[in-house]
Design a protein around this ligand. Sequence first.
Ligand code: ISL
Ligand code: CA
Length: 545
Amino acid sequence: EYERTWWKEAVMYQIYPMSFCDSNGDGIGDLNGIRSKLDYLKGLGVDVLWLSPIYDSPNDDNGYDIRDYQKIHPDYGTMEDFDCLLEEAHARGMRLIMDMVLNHTSDEHAWFQAALSDPSSKYKDYYIWRKGKGDGVPPNNWRSFFSEPAWNYYPQTGEWALHLFSRKQMDLNWENPELREEIYGMLNWWMQKGVDGFRLDVINLISKFDGLPDGEEAGGITGMEHYVYGPRLHQYLQEMNRRVFSRYDSYTVGEGCGLGAATQVSMTLNSRKELNTTFCFSHFDTPGHDKYSIYRYDLNYLKEYLLDTQAVQDTDNWLTLVFDNHDNPRFLSKITRKETEREPAAKLMALLEMTLCGTAFLYEGQELGMCHVEFRDSSEFRDVEAVNYYKKLLSEGKTEQEAFSIVAPGTRDQSRAPMQWTAGENAGFTTGTPWLRLNDNYTAINAEAEEKEENSVLNFYRRAIALRKQYKTLVYGSFEPVCRERKDFFGYVRRDEEGTFYVELNLSCGELKRPVKKSGALLLGSYGNIQETLRPYEANLYRLD
Ligand code: ISL
Ligand code: CA
């Protein structure tokens, strides 16, 4: 029996503030824009909002480079605007969690600036400094996530400072107890303000292996094995839990990279008192592909991943269900790029996510079936990762056209394109010039149109979410695969004292003969009715008893 808790049942919704809704016409989404959409979110069935970083930042990595943890970026509004948003979310019975970037700060953060201006100050040790191996030679061969060396040289200190992400995102030295105290103080400050928890950015990177030895190259990044699961990670997480999370009715989800599902589970065991949940992204691409690949995602792979992970589940830990975020092209567009298949595939993903065990995460626009953007040229890229990768490809001898066509399908700008609210100018996102190009298809795909269309993706999400709330069996019940070996078919029963439910999914874009027929009442079907054979990507939920 699982212990029942609000955050296990909750539907979480990630907002990318820059792209959600602009209230003042400067082309950038903001807090008042989010506030104006709270009824929309409530109507969808969202329980918890997660805001990607809204702190003061030079926005080298769109806010994942924090300059001041306790200040709101003026583009997004003021602290009063934030308090107002929080209050109005709470008034609607919704909670709000903050995105916290604790592995690194901006190089413009006061701590880093103090380290540079006075290398003898205590702040220098808040970061990771080493002497070079020789003149102009960095301390080791690590390369960052964004196509650059992982070290910057600073004449002020005569040393190199580590950055695993952009050259403006300096890694913090978690070995320093004073730094850890500052972080816990800051987290407590946000909790006391009334936020409901945190999404913790690349939290698995905070402990580095002693000696920072040279590393191996893997997928363009060098050195990962020396920090993805460092020796003091569990110690720091336990300390943070003791000093912050355990003091409140809070929720935490750890984001990370480079770890398998099993290791991630080790951070979420109830008995260890670290994090409530973590994300696992290993199903985001099928083997042999990455986010830049254009291919038809084979949903049989997702089925195997889900069979494995649903089975890993036991009463001592809890999973997350996540398919989209701001770092990846839209999952829907990996499954299909055919407009005729878009709606059925989007509905399949909706039904799947709302009928499995785990905390469900939606990413803005997922509920509308938003899809890939046709960028015109590299001047439209805004993402630091994409811009650096594009430059790297040029330096390796690719032509502009070649480099563009490699980066465009996978740039993180794909999922960051502004929300499509209406068919009107700029999709109702802004009255000004959007900071990143909109998808041209907003005249057809937008929230206003989908509200009115009874069988839209949006209304399907609403119904699927409502059923998850009505029948907690879909959250907590046992998971029993049906005809598990049948390719292109995914069927499972969810069962407990309160009821028995059956889900059947056609994982293919063709017609599929039902391997088994169960008699029950159709609660929700992506085609609205049942036929002899399953239609492309058909997804049905039945009540069996
Ligand atoms: O998008 C990725 C690279 O292609 C991922 O590896 C990503 O960098 C990783 O999951 C960590 O992401 C998080 O931290 C980054 C930030 O750029 C991402 O937006 C954030 O989600 C650094 O703070
Ligand atoms: Ca704005």
